[in-house]
Design a protein around this ligand. Structure first.
Ligand SMILES: N[C@@H](CCC(=O)N[C@@H](CS)C(=O)NCC(=O)O)C(=O)O
Length: 272
């Protein structure tokens, strides 16, 4: 099945779809189209002329929420929505809260200070930014903080769509849960070491990746016949090589050691 995601990564909705694709470990083609002056052909696929749009073997799925819902069906693991009915409804609610509410408060910053000056040669209207910062956003953030309380996640006890972009990292309590992250290799992987990063932030900002306690975790490569174990996690960094997690994931490839492991096991008379 060929997946193609259309939409520039500057859009939070496109990033949402990319995070879901990365979490599910799905490979896809990416067309970083901007939604200005879109073609009639694109409008036939997405009558609202917005991004993102996912093409599945050429068939269009507009809207980030429809895209994530589709991905959840074709690749259920790791789940991005809880199975408990009430928690499921809460996750959908927080998704809508972000997509239909928070975005309205956050958009003026980007529209006025980035999009206007850079793309449309227009000065920022700081009154709109001020209004968003002092009137629109504070009650929305207050609500989120209240809902989160002292918990790590807004919904349930694992990483779900409701947590993407609003979860806080680095709490030991979140350890001990099997998680899968879809990462990409930086540059040309060597035989001594492979460095992996989140395909979205490329290791420059917090993203998916190994953390303390993940050493020894198997690393798979997506091959045509299915995933193949190619190495084990050996270290991790924070963004830009700083101490921490969610930046770079260091992997020791098994190619060099495989024969030695097999021969040593045979010599010692132990099974693998
Ligand atoms: N509900 C939609 C919102 C998509 C959306 O608003 N995308 C913006 C970019 S951040 C866009 O394409 N804007 C162009 C326009 O409104 O003409 C989704 O989740 O996909």
């Amino acid at each position: 099945m060929a997946l193609k995601l259309i939409g520039n990564g500057l859009s939070p909705f496109v990033r949402k779809a990319r995070i879901a694709l990365a979490e599910k470990g799905l490979t896809y083609e990416h067309d970083p189209m901007v939604p200005f002056g879109v073609s009639a052909e694109y409008k036939r696929k997405h009558p609202l002329a917005k991004i993102p749009l996912l093409e599945v073997d050429g068939r269009p799925i507009p809207d980030s929420s429809a895209i994530v819902a589709y991905l959840e069906r074709i690749r259920p693991e790791p789940p991005l929505y809880p199975s408990d009915p009430y928690e499921y409804a809460r996750a959908i609610w927080f998704e809508e809260f972000a997509d239909g509410g928070l975005i309205g408060g956050a958009a003026p910053f980007f529209q006025q200070r980035v999009l206007g000056p850079l793309f449309f040669k227009r000065d920022a209207d700081e009154s709109l930014v001020e209004k968003a910062a002092t009137e629109t956003l504070p009650p929305l953030f207050d609500y989120l903080e209240e809902e989160l309380g002292d918990d790590d996640y807004l919904v349930g006890n694992r990483f779900t769509i409701a947590g993407i972009g609003v979860a806080v990292r680095g709490d030991g309590k979140s350890g001990g849960t099997i998680r899968v992250a879809g990462l990409v290799a930086t540059g040309r992987p060597g035989t001594l070491q492979i460095r992996l990063v989140d395909p979205v932030g490329q290791g420059t900002r917090e993203g998916l990746g190994a953390c303390t306690g993940d050493s020894g975790a198997p690393v798979f490569e997506d091959k045509q016949g299915g995933p193949v174990i190619i190495g084990v996690v050996s270290w991790s960094t924070g963004p830009n090589g700083a101490a921490g997690c969610g930046g770079m994931t260091g992997v020791t490839p098994l190619t060099l050691y495989r024969d030695w492991i097999v021969q040593a096991a045979q010599k010692w008379g132990v099974g693998l």
